[in-house]
Design a binder for this molecule. Structure first.
Ligand code: AOF
Ligand code: ZN
Length: 366
């Protein structure tokens, strides 16, 4: 049974924010709830970059009821002039009595100044209500706004013995239907999906979001050092979502033109011979990508891990053993000599999805 208190209203604000994950681009997801004399007076969500912030929608709905109200907001109200005027000024102008905030805005333009402005105007401010959930929801925004680089979630689906395909390359299907539905939800919530060209050659995936309802289509990002990608592959020819190909300055000009004629963007990252992955993430950040779902294969996963470029790891594990000395694994790299050098995960979360196991955690970079 829910108890009506600060957490009750903040969890509604967090639900509103969470439902908009994937649609705000490099902006955070933010929810806001206005409560006056024990009754809901306004609700709002930030919908899209460049459009009004959550507080504005909720205050507009509340109208004159905003005066003397309590406002719940999942992220510290902003203090800067961006695409819109500062929300803190608006809250002050409305005569709000109390503001409850889940977490501070890590944007250096805000970073505590919004809360200061509210307090200086005599508004009671409480912070930290359901903070962990609020931080988790905006983990990509937090990384992006503080580093300029996208948050990378590495996702794999493997057998119990850590294989992502059989020795002949068969991989349909390792995980169950429920796990695969979750993957489409993950795609919906990320701005880019990244794979290596070997995956495109082997599986010819379309890398689109397919949900029971309409989903968002992230940019398809292919790591392809020598532009081996077939011109008739789905990602180049189907036009269902933008396709960006990361390559090197050594890439063949003729192949590059052929890809561009078909609508793909070709982005050189470093002098070669391999794609400079650090440089790639920097360029993707500059192009407005704040979150990436890395879907393999094993070699690209391994390189990204080896270079400490992964921010979250998600693994779906199926209760199957396929064996095969040469069958590809989740994370292929030369590896470490000692167990104490192993990459370890913190903040572990697990869930049963039918007979599959979902595990996620954050790699600890020493
Ligand atoms: C809020 N409420 O709903 C959001 C906030 O480009 P702009 O003007 O939309 O500014 C984006 C920045 O504003 C973003 O980086 C973050 O600091 C804050 N987002 N703040 O008070 C909101 N979406
Ligand atoms: Zn704002």
């Amino acid at each position: 049974m829910d108890i009506v208190n600060d957490e009750f209203y903040m969890s509604l604000a967090l639900d509103l924010a969470e439902r908009a994950q994937g649609q705000t681009g490099i902006n955070p997801v933010v929810g806001c709830v206005v409560v006056k004399e024990g009754a809901l007076a306004g609700v709002g969500t930030h919908l899209e970059r460049g459009t009004p912030h959550a507080e504005v929608h909720a205050l507009n709905m509340a109208g004159p009821k905003a005066a003397g109200s309590t406002v719940y907001v999942t992220l510290e109200p902003c203090s800067h002039y961006g695409a819109t005027p500062p929300c803190s000024e608006r809250l002050i102008a409305e005569g709000v009595r109390r503001v409850v905030v889940a977490c501070e805005d890590p944007n250096p333009l805000v970073a505590g100044k919004g809360i200061q402005m509210l307090r200086a105007a005599g508004i009671e401010v409480e912070t930290g209500i359901l903070k962990d959930r609020a931080l988790r929801m905006n983990e990509a925004f937090i990384k992006f706004i503080t580093t300029g680089r996208p948050f990378v979630t590495l996702k794999t689906a493997s057998t119990l013995d850590g294989k992502i395909a059989s020795k002949t390359g068969d991989s349909k299907w390792i995980s169950n239907e429920k796990s695969r539905e979750v993957v489409h939800t993950l795609r919906h919530r990320h701005q880019g999906i990244m794979v290596g060209v070997s995956t495109v050659i082997a599986d010819n995936p379309s890398l689109t979001t397919r949900l029971g309802v309409e989903g968002l289509q992230p940019v398809r990002i292919i790591v392809d050092s020598s532009l081996r990608i077939p011109l008739d592959s789905h990602v180049v020819s189907d036009g269902l979502a933008p396709t960006w190909i990361l390559t090197t300055e050594q890439a063949d000009d003729a192949k590059r033109s052929e890809l561009e004629e078909r609508g793909a963007q070709v982005i050189p990252c470093g002098a070669g011979p391999r794609v400079d992955l650090k440089e790639a993430l920097l360029q993707l950040g500059q192009k407005g990508i704040a979150s990436i779902l890395l879907e393999g294969g094993g070699t690209l996963n391994g390189s990204m891990l080896e270079q400490m470029l992964v921010d979250r790891l998600i693994q779906f594990i199926a209760p199957k053993i396929i064996g095969g000395y040469d069958a590809p694994g989740n994370y292929m790299f030369s590896g470490y000599e000692q167990m104490n050098q192993a990459i370890s995960l913190t903040g572990l979360e697990t869930e049963r999805l039918g007979d599959n196991i979902y595990v996620t955690g954050i790699p600890v970079w020493k």
